[in-house]
Design a binder for this molecule. Structure first.
Ligand SMILES: C[S@@+](CC[C@H](N)C(=O)[O-])C[C@H]1O[C@@H](n2cnc3c(N)ncnc32)[C@H](O)[C@@H]1O
Length: 213
């Protein structure tokens, strides 16, 4: 873990916005993310922003088979590091912004869950929306997108993406403490990628904030 931390810190010094974390995710945070993955899997688990592999390790320990695990990492040094440390896992060098193309090129489908450590809070809103939309374009209906955040609020704009989401776990044993969110898309919901909705409306039994028109 010390070696992982040193590598991530070195890369963070060079490009803090892109790496997004000074320290690796703690085993407690990684395990909390892995707990949100459905036990009965009917497809691949795609991890976005593998970093040094703490979440990858937790997903394998939680029972995700190596050949059903796909890790996407944009940084070439980290991509090499992950490929060396996780033989048997599909480790792909690429950008989560181009997720559907990347998965299509490697014939990866269906996708039963996405687990993301991407530093969404340091990205522009337009990129957050694009990554969120791409993720739900590849997920099977009802399948979850799991994301941690150091922030107090949702790391994805739920209303504009037409998704539901809430905090499943708060993890204090991480530097800094983090929350694990689980997002899903209700069938029939549409994303509003161009303009934020002007008028919110109420759906019986649901939060006004949770739905797009
Ligand atoms: C917070 S770090 C990962 C932490 C990881 N759980 C760990 O403990 O090492 C975020 C990772 O996402 C990667 N990343 C950032 N933007 C990305 C993108 N658009 N596509 C793929 N990977 C990205 C960064 O290179 C970095 O490795």
């Amino acid at each position: 873990m010390l070696k992982d931390s040193r590598l991530l810190f070195k890369l963070w010094l060079k490009n803090p916005r892109s790496i997004g974390a000074v320290a690796v995710s703690s085993p407690e945070l990684a395990a909390a993310m892995a707990r949100q993955v459905p036990k009965k899997l009917d497809g691949y688990v795609v991890e976005l922003g593998g970093g040094t592999g703490s979440v990858t390790r937790a997903l394998l320990a939680a029972g995700v088979p190596a050949d059903k695990l796909v890790v996407i990492e944009r940084d070439p040094t980290l991509h090499r590091y992950l490929s060396d440390h996780f033989p048997g896992v599909h480790v792909l060098l690429g950008d989560a912004v181009h997720l559907p193309n990347l998965l299509r090129r490697h014939e990866i489908a269906p996708v039963a869950a996405i687990v993301s450590s991407l530093p969404l809070l340091s990205l522009k809103r337009s990129i957050q929306l694009r990554i969120g939309a791409q993720a739900f374009a590849v997920l099977e209906p009802g399948a979850p997108l799991i994301q941690f955040t150091y922030g107090l609020f949702s790391p994805l704009p739920r209303e504009r993406l037409g998704i539901l989401g809430e905090v499943e776990e708060r993890v204090l044993q991480n530097l800094p403490p983090a929350s694990v969110w689980r997002f899903t898309k209700p069938s029939g919901a549409r994303a509003i990628l161009r303009k934020p909705a002007r008028h919110r409306f109420s759906l019986r039994g649901r939060s006004k904030l949770d739905y797009a028109a």
